[in-house]
Design a protein around this ligand. Structure first.
Ligand code: PLP
Length: 381
């Protein structure tokens, strides 16, 4: 098929041959009018549904009033968002730095941890993903080989193994950097006990805990933030993806422990009123519709409908509406078959089918996704 984008794009993505032109709730349409159930949600972004009217209105209204306002000035819309963010975050996180993506949030988090601790050692998990800029990539296990040397001081330990992590901490360790559920790494859940042991280790050894909630944050896992589901409060929490209803935005939330970075960090677009208006409306929608509970209920509902005993399945991992189906074979052919049945899903590593639907998806749509998957998997050896 001839795709004009192919002629111009500097390609970094393996593409799927579909032109998406419109969305509403958990439905997407292509240029021919075909309808799809979206279980990708812009990679976990469209949690409140595509083209959410409340966010569209907030963006429209703000655009007509003020689009840009740098952080060197105060702004009413920004102040309103920050208050809402701190209101939904774990109690100890009461300062906010606003930026434009998850990667930027991670960059800022790593810098804030260095300023606070005066150290440059970071320990993160194998299979972890924190972004693709040189700093965030330094804390990321995959995608680094062609880009080394990266920033010194970063090391990796197996996820969910407290002994290995304890042994890796030394006098130069500034922070431990973890996801609550490893998203790109295959939907792998941190054990509750492990995270609590990590918290205790950090307190004991005077090390900061950075939790990357970029994929797990904003209601996806059944609480507003995954760490609330697991009962652990970080010193620094990074968020982005679903934060502003699809509008690009990221944030770092910090505890009192974190030293001010006044004059040492910044962002031209960070905290612009347009993004803040979108995020404010997104948080309101999430609270008004209790999306954390919806994520939990619907995730459990889907698990009931999915035939987990299919012989093609190795393991199913799930928290709220973050679902990973690990197969005994490659996941790509299953994702392609789902697309032929008008269901869009994501990979997470070579053998995992990942579902991150909008949290507003209906039970009927989840039924269709489960029964289609059951049918595809039943036809496999
Ligand atoms: C997506 C993601 C990032 C990077 O966010 P971008 O907005 O793509 O820069 C970082 N960490 C996690 C856990 C993510 O899922």
């Amino acid at each position: 098929m001839d795709r004009p984008e192919q002629q111009y794009a500097f390609e970094v993505y393996p593409k799927r041959d579909i032109v998406i032109t419109r969305g509403e709730g958990s439905t997407l349409w292509d240029d021919k009018g075909n309808e799809y159930i979206d279980c990708a949600a812009g990679i976990g972004v469209a949690s409140i549904g595509h083209a959410n009217p409340a966010v569209a209105k907030a963006i429209g209204d703000q655009a007509q009033r003020l689009i840009t306002c740098p952080g060197i000035f105060y702004n009413d819309t920004r102040a309103m968002l920050m208050k809402k963010l701190v209101g939904i975050a774990p109690d100890n996180l009461n300062r906010v730095f606003l930026c434009n993506s998850g990667t930027e949030a991670m960059e800022a988090a790593l810098k804030f941890a260095r300023i606070t601790s005066g150290k440059n050692g970071f320990i993160s998990a194998m299979r972890g993903f924190h972004g693709r800029s040189m700093g965030a990539l330094s804390a990321t296990f995959k995608y680094r080989q062609e880009f080394e040397p990266l920033i010194p001081g970063h090391s990796f330990v197996p996820f969910n193994k407290i002994d290995k992590l304890t042994a890796a901490v030394d006098d130069n360790t500034a922070a431990i950097v973890l996801e609550v559920v490893q998203g790109e790494g295959g939907v792998r859940l941190a054990d509750r006990e492990y995270l609590q042991q990590v918290r205790a280790l950090c307190d004991e050894r005077n090390v900061l805990l950075i939790l990357d909630e970029i994929q797990t944050g904003f209601a996806r896992t059944g609480s507003m933030f995954g760490c609330q589901t697991l009962g652990v409060s970080p010193d620094i929490m990074t968020v982005a993806k679903a934060m502003a209803g699809g509008f690009p935005m990221g944030a770092v939330l910090c505890s009192e422990k974190i030293t001010s970075a006044a004059g040492k960090h910044g962002s031209t677009f960070g905290g612009n009123p347009l993004a803040c208006a979108a995020a404010s409306a997104t948080i309101d929608f999430m609270l008004d519709n209790d999306l954390p509970t919806q994520a939990k209920t619907k995730g459990d509902y889907f698990m009931d409908k999915l035939d987990q005993s299919a012989s093609a399945i190795r393991e199913v991992r799930q928290l709220g509406l973050m679902i990973g189906i690990e197969l005994k074979t490659k996941s790509r052919p299953v994702i392609e078959k789902l697309m032929a049945h008008h269901i869009l899903a994501l990979p997470a590593g070579p053998t995992v089918v990942r579902l991150l639907p909008p949290l507003v998806i209906s039970e009927e749509e989840l039924d269709r996704v489960a029964s289609t998957l059951n049918q595809i998997l039943a036809g496999m050896p």
